[in-house]
Design a protein around this ligand. Sequence first.
Ligand SMILES: Cc1ncc(COP(=O)(O)O)c(C=O)c1O
Length: 400
Amino acid sequence: MKVPILRLPITEEDAQVLGERFKSVLLSGSLTMGPQTRRFEEMFAQFSGAKHAISNASGTASLELIIRALGIQQRSIIVPTNTFAATAYAVVNTKNRVIFADSDPNTLCLDPEDVARRIEDDTAAVILVHIGGVITPAVEKLKRLCEERNLALIEDCAHAHGCSLNGAPAGTIGCAGAFSFFPTKTLTTGEGGMVVTNSDEIAEKVKIFRNHGKNPALRNKMSEPGNNYRISELTAAFGVWQMEKAEGWISQRQEIAAFYDQNIAGVAGVQPLKLPKGMVSSYYKYIAFLDEDLDRDRLKKLMQERYEVSLTGEVYADLCHTEPVWQGYTYCGMHRDGGTAVRHGWEGCTCDHPAGDFPGAAFVARRHICLPLYPDMTVEECRHVLDSLSKSIQEIRGNT
Ligand SMILES: Cc1ncc(COP(=O)(O)O)c(C=O)c1O
């Protein structure tokens, strides 16, 4: 039985329905910033429990829009090294510098103690990424730290559609949240993003920056150098359809996760990530940790070749700061002065933090796996995933 990394939950009939909707958009004469966009935003605001939802080009654009709306420029922003590169790119793209910080291996998310250690005089914000859809209970500590040190707390919610902690939805905990609708995400529009916020001021500014800097208060005269980060009405129509499906898909994801939870205990060598108390997850990822002796690459290869089961991409196997793109920077985001490019370690960094100073994130990167999880997975497929995981581990350990 073949279990792929991902199967988009779009059937032949769905494609017909969408085709009809796209046709009526095309015939409506309104191709951007029209009724579909407004409807998508209203529906997403309601879904995410935020006062405002502003659609835009991507998750990366959403982060950039938030940083710009906060007026942060030529400052430093703290970002976990355990994230996708785009979190850090948004910082650089808005003319700021990145300070990488460590993560708590129990939650995969930012460790507030490490964040506190890395704050510098020019630090303006912290971006908390809800990795794999996990909202860390340390968010309260981070919030307090940010309040005390006058820092904005921005949420990268690319993995956290429909997630909440103690009733607080992702994106409403800090000053604003950035969602992505990339195809692998819990909800997708092919490409796209959404900023959510309860702040009227941030919402107004995000709308201005998204639309070339056109300012409605000045009868659309341009008050800021903005971007074209809008989405088309076709994308928005796709988004509206996704919102109609969201609840059903998320409960299917939760059922699959519950099946894994109930049955993974029988697999020796693997411990599932325990979600924090009070958390509701939409399970962008189902995360588990491997025992130290197990080699993840070998395990994945075996599962694929022997059982046709594809484990999904990790979050993340390669920490952000180890990517070659950052070789021209120090850990604290300073440009290197033509210094030697070192893949790991960043020797010669002028900041205080030694190389290899991300033990929590390094543990996560080395030890975790993500089981396939998507709405229409069958119980047989889930069982096959766990069976093949168990058999592959036994084979690696020489027990077969
Ligand atoms: C944590 C995280 N942040 C930001 C992004 C960027 O989203 P997009 O690809 O829509 O720009 C992604 C996308 O993969 C992500 O996983």
